[in-house]
Design a protein around this ligand. Sequence first.
Ligand code: COA
Length: 344
Amino acid sequence: MYICPLFYPNAMMYYSQIKGLGFYVPENVVTNADLEKLMDTSNEWIIERSGIQERRFFTEGKDTVATMAVEATKMALKNANLEAQDIDFIIFATLSPDFNFPGSGVLVQRSLPFREIGALDVRAQCSGFIYALSIADQYIKSGMYKNILVIGSEVQSNILELSNRNRNFAVLFGDGAGAAVVQATQDPNHSILSTHLHSQGQYAEDLFLEHPGSRLKDRMSPQIIEEGKHLPFMQGQAVFKHAVVRFPEVIREALQANGYAESDLDLLVPHQANLRITKYIQQVMNMPDEKVVSNIQKYGNTTAASIPIALTEAWQEGRVRSGDLICLAAFGSGFTWASALIRW
Ligand SMILES: CC(C)(COP(=O)(O)OP(=O)(O)OC[C@H]1O[C@@H](n2cnc3c(N)ncnc32)[C@H](O)[C@@H]1OP(=O)(O)O)[C@@H](O)C(=O)NCCC(=O)NCCS
């Protein structure tokens, strides 16, 4: 039963805290030089346009979206000092699930000694982790759950055609997984302060993977493959133009909602879309490199996994300190964009 604190002033108020973080990336490193051998591209072009030097590609038979998520989960549980049995709910963000159905959350549920808890898949692409975090935050604030596992995991290398016709897309993306254990706390001074979610579906086809989908009687055909419509499509310049507006907008929205100025921010963890986009955000928001996490150089764009991977690495490097004001921000296919402001 929901207890409205307005009418019951002594009712417990719950807030959400990120209690543990973890990540996993496949061991197979693919450098720009490797891609040069497969398509008409160059190390210089990729670095200049995206900042990416290398990315990880999964190994078939070893890594799946679910198995990578499980590895990230084990690290997050360990860092949270919790066991799988302690988790009340799984939220799994991915655009590349192991199966068309069921979702990947249940594959994580069966892989570790979880109870028979709910498992929800979220499809908000590059914004997926923040959408999932926002859902977790609401369940915790409502008092329904105490510990929620939030995952972002992607295998994208097998939807990249490493050829000239897909090269603007193929050089940008990689595989990996990240996870966070979100826990109920009564301490508002160390909690998620707010989350902000947006979408603008009129641009759905500017960054999408059309086939196989459910609109055609024959979900796949030789013609679809011939025309390359089984490959992801991106209007690169349109994505870039919207991203550089939406990122600062949604970061400022989070700050203003909580009465903070840009200068109050200790760390920004943006979705690792493209280093040029991140540098642009830094420029318009006057944020030095020390206050911004960038690891796209090593992993490329890992979509829903990019924020939890970046946040975990920043935490491991001691860049996430108790009391810090931290903003997570994302933009991607949909278009969707989102932010979360956290007092760590
Ligand atoms: C994709 C992106 C890097 C392309 O950069 P761009 O400056 O817009 O490049 P264009 O698409 O205009 O192409 C410029 C030229 O490079 C070529 N090109 C495209 N991909 C290439 C590659 N991998 N290697 C070498 N050349 C390439 C194009 O064919 C074009 O050649 P032309 O001038 O002879 O026609 C850029 O648009 C971008 O970063 N967009 C945002 C992507 C993103 O962040 N997506 C994820 C969002 S979550």
